[in-house]
Design a protein around this ligand. Structure first.
Ligand code: AMP
Ligand code: MG
Length: 421
């Protein structure tokens, strides 16, 4: 079969012939995301364990946060009308956090601590640094403003408000916010079950062959390590199927086995159309495949397909191509499978501290890092095989096709920290 349209809304993904024009990255991403329907079902997890998961429910608050007007300082709650220059007020109540006070009798002050409810009648708090304890009470040394150091009821969350929405990806701060309105459990999308394998007869595993014993032409499998780590960071459960030999029967067997219990089969290598590249015929034997040449660098060859109920994504073999296409295409795909509303990363503007005089006809993702002067420096070797660039760099410049860069130009920067969580 030569096209895939797994969602009714999704456009058919036409198989690109060998010399078809390159597909713009935005178009490839849009088509890919169109195929990523929300996984069925949900999990109920402890709020403690929900970091990074995607909510499938709206969280509506049944209370005001804070629930009472309360003090944001250790000090004295007063009525401002009672305070004149160097007024001394009687202190006849003490309100620590977790307790509540009595009506504040005119002419008196209440000793109060951070977080304690403001007693009825009080309209300001004077911080203890502006007070002096004297025998008869407390001397207020600074005239307070109305409402000073009072945190208002509901100023964080109003009762009835939707605090977090379906499709939001939970962060440490959102777990705290969910807890602040009483949620100890949250309904989240299921984890994406991913089967991962590498193709390539040249690949060997560190630990299995010592560097000194490497045969000519052999290389260590690096993609397996970063792809697995990236998937785990995105909360996927990973079945690591290791290295599959460059043979059609072996590739078919691996794909068929993986398709049963996984939402996504992710492979690296073998997506070009050389005779050693068996991904294309293997996926086509079992399901449907679209093989794209994407106008991006590093990157370009990329495969998307369906095998039984499972999605299939084939990444290029060159390590940096594999790495960047994962970040730019697979990451949003995984988020969309979980129903995440936000899948895109917004780049920030930054200043290039280098020259890039040769424009490329493909959109480039240049490995760069921030320097102490607040600019971006370019790694000297941008080859798609040089993984050092992705370690040295702390992000990429998203450089449009046909664009040169001169020292001082404003460019679009995406930090790896944003792309890897
Ligand atoms: P391929 O896409 O299979 O033609 O591979 C392109 C290049 O990437 C070749 O130089 C491969 O040796 C290399 N490569 C493929 N898979 C891996 C991997 N898992 N780790 C490191 N390099 C790889
Ligand atoms: Mg290969």
């Amino acid at each position: 079969m030569s096209s895939v349209s797994p969602t009714p809304a999704g456009p058919a993904l036409a198989l690109q012939a060998g010399r078809a024009p390159l597909k713009p990255l935005d178009q490839a991403l849009a088509e890919l995301l169109n195929c990523a329907a929300l996984l069925p079902g949900f999990e109920t997890v402890s709020t403690f364990d929900a970091d990074g998961r995607v909510l499938v429910q709206d969280l509506v608050s049944s209370l005001d946060v804070p629930a009472h007007d309360n003090s944001s300082m250790d000090g004295y709650a007063v009525r401002i009308a009672d305070v004149s220059a160097d007024a001394v007020l009687q202190v006849n109540q003490r309100i620590p956090a977790g307790s509540s006070g009595q009506f504040l009798v005119p002419g008196s002050a209440a000793r109060i601590f951070t977080g304690a409810p403001i007693p009825p009648g009080a309209d300001a708090v004077v911080m203890q640094e502006d007070c002096e304890v004297v025998d008869s009470g407390v001397r207020i040394k600074a005239q307070p403003q109305l409402g000073q150091w009072i945190r208002r009821r509901g100023e964080d969350v109003a009762s009835g408000a939707v605090v977090l929405r379906r499709g939001e990806r939970l962060t440490p701060a959102s777990l705290g916010l969910a807890a602040s309105i009483g949620f100890d459990k949250l309904q989240v999308a299921p984890r994406v079950r991913v089967a991962l394998f590498s193709t390539g007869d040249e690949l060997v595993m560190p630990g299995e062959v010592a560097p000194a014993d490497m045969k000519p032409g052999a290389i260590y499998n690096s993609n397996r390590f970063f792809l697995r780590a990236l998937l785990l960071r995105l909360g996927c459960t990973v079945t690591d199927l290791g290295i599959v030999p460059d043979r059609l029967d072996a590739t078919i067997a691996a794909l068929q086995g993986a398709s049963e219990q996984h939402d996504l089969i992710l492979t690296s290598g073998g997506v070009s159309v050389g005779e050693e590249d068996h991904i294309k015929p293997a996926v086509q034997a079992l399901g449907e495949l679209a093989l794209w040449q994407i106008a991006m660098k590093p990157g370009k060859p990329f495969a998307y397909g369906k095998i039984a109920g499972s999605h299939f994504i084939g990444l290029p073999g060159n390590p940096v191509s594999s790495f960047v296409t994962f970040l730019v295409l697979v990451r949003p795909f995984l988020l969309k499978l979980q129903g995440a509303v936000e899948t895109a990363i917004r780049p920030t503007s930054a200043v290039a501290h280098f020259n890039w005089p040769k424009a490329d006809k493909r959109r480039e993702f240049l490995r760069v890092r921030r320097n102490a002067a607040g600019g971006l420096e370019l790694f000297s070797n941008q080859s798609s095989g040089v993984l050092t660039s992705a370690v040295w760099g702390d992000g990429v410049i998203d450089n449009p096709a046909g664009q040169t860069i001169a020292h001082g130009d404003v460019v679009q920067f995406i930090p790896f920290s944003a792309l890897m969580s």
